[in-house]
Design a protein around this ligand. Structure first.
Ligand code: NDP
Ligand code: KPL
Length: 308
């Protein structure tokens, strides 16, 4: 299967690198020049619990000519998904599937706008990835990726991808209840990503602080109440279990929103806490903690220009 990766930063490098390291046909479409040059010249330095490898992977820019892929993984931040897919429309044909395990709600709807739901595979991952510098990605601790085909048409490809990823040391399952799984991850992210971005911390920072752990738990309960009002069967205890796992397994991983704030980039707060607040309004569920975290992150983003 010809696999393309677009929006290749931290998580795209981990997934693409792992599959290439396992011998699969991977091409990284990298916009970031320093990262592309490093991977192109020296290979991707991929550091995981299983060891370190230098992976040679073909890389191209979004504008280069390339034959269509069988599947394209979208790994930008959610706000850049549409622009990044448009930039590679010449690499998409009638058979290309688009795949997303990005954080946030609604990623599958966006992908379907390009290829139809029949060719969308979507889900979520707890795999942590930190880009330590151009061409150098690190991931430590246990994780699980869960995906599903949006329609039966792509079910076989979803199963194949899950098998390939698992064989590449990226444990992946197909889960028919994918919307509940995504919601659980979103509820987790509304707490952990925003709190860590505000205190410039990690899941370990939250685990070590009774104040932050209590706040995280309360945010999770609030986000889960919105999910339930939206008809999603979500068990808050499962979300709290992911927080506990991250505090133990991903102690030093900087969640993606922390990297955004440190690099003065727009965060994914709209697709996470912002989406929960909007649905809360729709269902008449109060979301004061999500609103507070949302306002604080928006406040941090507003300071970027002044601090630049
Ligand atoms: N990192 C993690 O541990 C995890 C991340 N996630 C989710 O995965 C997704 C990706 O996160 P992450 O890898 O951390 O993000 P990064 O910021 O590390 O990578 C995003 C990449 O997208 C590129 N990009 C931005 N805009 C465009 C565009 N218009 N066209 C092409 N490329 C573009 C950026 O390039 P440039 O540098 O040029 O701007 C960057 O290299 C997010 O949804 C995140 O929430 C989920 C679980 C864990
Ligand atoms: C890896 C994880 C789960 C945070 O612990 C994440 O979702 C992120 O970094 O955005």
């Amino acid at each position: 299967m010809k696999l393309g990766f677009i929006g290749v930063g931290a998580l795209g490098s981990l997934f693409g690198g792992a599959l290439a390291d396992a011998g699969h046909n991977v091409t990284l479409v990298i916009r970031n020049e320093a990262h592309r040059k490093a991977v192109c010249h020296s290979g991707l330095r991929l550091v995981r619990d299983s060891g370190e490898s230098i992976v040679k992977i073909p890389t191209i820019t979004p504008t280069e000519i390339h034959e269509p892929f069988d599947a394209i993984f979208v790994f930008t931040k959610t706000g850049a998904s549409a622009e990044s897919i448009r930039a590679v429309s010449h690499m998409i044909d009638d058979a290309t599937c688009l795949v997303s395990v990005q954080n946030g709600l609604g990623n599958h709807d966006l992908l379907a706008g390009f290829v139809g739901y029949e060719r969308v595979i979507y889900g979520t991952t707890t795999a942590p990835a930190d880009l330590l510098g151009p061409g150098h990605v690190v991931s430590h601790g246990q994780h699980l990726t869960q995906i599903n085909a949006a329609r039966a048409d792509s079910a076989k490809i979803a199963a194949q991808l899950a098998m390939m990823l698992t064989g590449a040391d990226m444990p992946t399952v197909v889960n028919d209840d994918i919307d509940a799984v995504i919601w659980s991850k979103v509820a987790f992210n509304t707490a952990i990503n925003a709190i860590c971005a505000l205190v410039k911390g990690t899941p370990g920072t939250v685990a070590d602080s009774a104040y932050l752990s209590n706040l995280a738990r309360t945010v999770v309960m609030e986000s889960c109440a919105v999910a339930q009002a939206d008809g999603i069967m979500i068990d808050p205890q499962n979300v709290l279990a992911i927080i506990e796992m991250a505090g133990r397994e991903h102690r030093t991983h900087k969640p993606s929103m922390v990297h955004d704030v440190m690099a003065m980039r727009q965060t994914e707060i709209d697709a996470l806490n912002g989406a929960v607040i909007a649905l809360g309004k729709k269902h008449n569920i109060a979301t004061p903690l999500n609103e507070a975290l949302f306002a604080l992150i928006k406040g941090v983003e507003a300071q970027y220009e002044k601090n630049h």
